[in-house]
Design a protein around this ligand. Structure first.
Ligand code: KG4
Ligand code: ZN
Length: 342
């Protein structure tokens, strides 16, 4: 049995978790900075970093308390080393280095996106079957990945500009919705109706405007054009009624989810994996989930989204899971340094 204490501070959540054998979450504490960033409708890096400094120790303490463990019962310390906001990352990495040296435990450095790929292992009684096709979509990234075995993965496609989460946040801002915009658009779109507006989809393949490719061969993504299209439409319409806002939220969400699910299905047709995951903050989106379910019904595949909404957005438990399944590529064992004690 291996227990990992994991720390995540790459953006605007200060998080610490204790995870056993990569799946069993003994504790997962997340101190959200959302109210702080609502004032500015987005994350100001300096503000985020300072909030991490204030939160990191209480979050680690609470995580150990809820797991009800002494440091001796921890086998390794894991931490998100990037990508992310540098000032935010430094806080988590520094805390992890201190704990690793203080407790004489190996330090495992984890890529944040790898963490999102492993969020679907958390809390599972039965492990999903490999290979796995994963679409991970957050505020900062959009990746379609083929995980053939632990430690071995191939990136099939990535965003060429904005991630879907970034587009959700910015379009929400254009519609006067609070930060973070994804959950707000998710809610508002339910009140919208189809057909009022038409928005483009970036397939990144040669097709006449408004058409879909016969066969999807490009698994990259682009959402900045859609963001601009919404902006131009709002400028043209002037002051929006609440009905127009809901219809626009609906069409925008359809445009994003249509492209994501169509590309995921096309990639699955090509690779025919036994499992498909969606993960990252945007995998909390209800329309995305229902389109996924409808597309994979009657196909020989098991699809997964994180068991809890809190495992979709940034958390440290997913970092603990990724560290457990990938120690060979990311471990860095610190030799005890007795001089520390002198
Ligand atoms: O994974 P995450 O917490 O942080 C990053 O690594 O970026 O993802 C945050 C993103 C935000 O853009 C947020 O608006 C989006 O996930 N999000 C959603 C939903 N819940 C969160 N987007 C669409 N629908 C949702 N229900
Ligand atoms: Zn993330």
């Amino acid at each position: 049995m291996k227990r990992i204490l994991a720390i995540e501070t790459s953006c605007d959540e200060t998080a610490c978790a204790v995870v056993e054998d990569g799946v069993k979450v003994l504790s997962s504490i997340v101190a959200s900075q959302i109210p702080l960033h609502q004032i500015t409708h987005g994350v100001v890096p300096e503000v985020a970093a300072r909030a991490h400094v204030a939160q990191i120790l209480p979050v680690i303490e609470e995580s150990m308390k809820q797991a009800n463990l002494a440091p001796d019962a921890i086998d390794a310390v894991a931490v998100t080393q990037g990508p992310g906001l540098v000032g935010s990352l430094i806080v988590g990495v520094t805390a992890a280095q201190v704990l690793s040296r203080l407790w004489y435990k190996p330090l495992l450095r984890v890529n944040h996106i790898l963490g999102h790929l492993y969020a679907n292992f958390l809390g599972r009684e039965q492990l999903p079957q490999l290979p796995i096709l994963i679409l991970s979509v957050s505020g900062g990234h959009n990746d379609l990945v083929l995980l053939s075995e632990h430690g071995k993965y191939q990136v099939l496609g990535q965003t060429q500009d904005d991630s879907a989460g970034e587009a959700f946040d910015k379009v929400a801002r254009m519609l006067d919705l609070p930060y973070p915009g994804g959950p707000e658009i998710d809610k508002l779109a339910k009140l919208g109706k189809p057909g009022t507006f038409q928005l483009p989809r970036a397939w990144l393949q040669q097709v006449p405007t408004g058409m879909r490719p016969k066969e999807i061969t490009d698994f990259n993504f682009s959402f900045s054009g859609l963001k601009t299209a919404v902006y131009v439409l709002i400028k043209k319409l002037g002051i929006l009624t609440s009905e127009q806002k809901a219809d626009l939220a609906y069409e925008f969400q359809e445009a994003v989810c249509d492209v994501m699910v169509s590309k995921l299905v096309a990639a699955w047709e090509k690779y025919q994996t036994p499992s498909v995951f969606i993960s990252g903050g945007v995998s909390a989106n209800q329309r995305f989930r229902s389109l996924l379910e409808a597309s994979f019904i009657n196909k020989p595949v098991q699809y997964f989204y994180p068991l809890k909404l809190s495992y979709c957005t940034d958390n440290a438990a997913m970092i603990g899971a990724a560290a457990y399944f990938n120690p060979q590529v990311i471990s860095e064992t610190l030799e005890p340094e007795p001089s520390l004690w002198l």
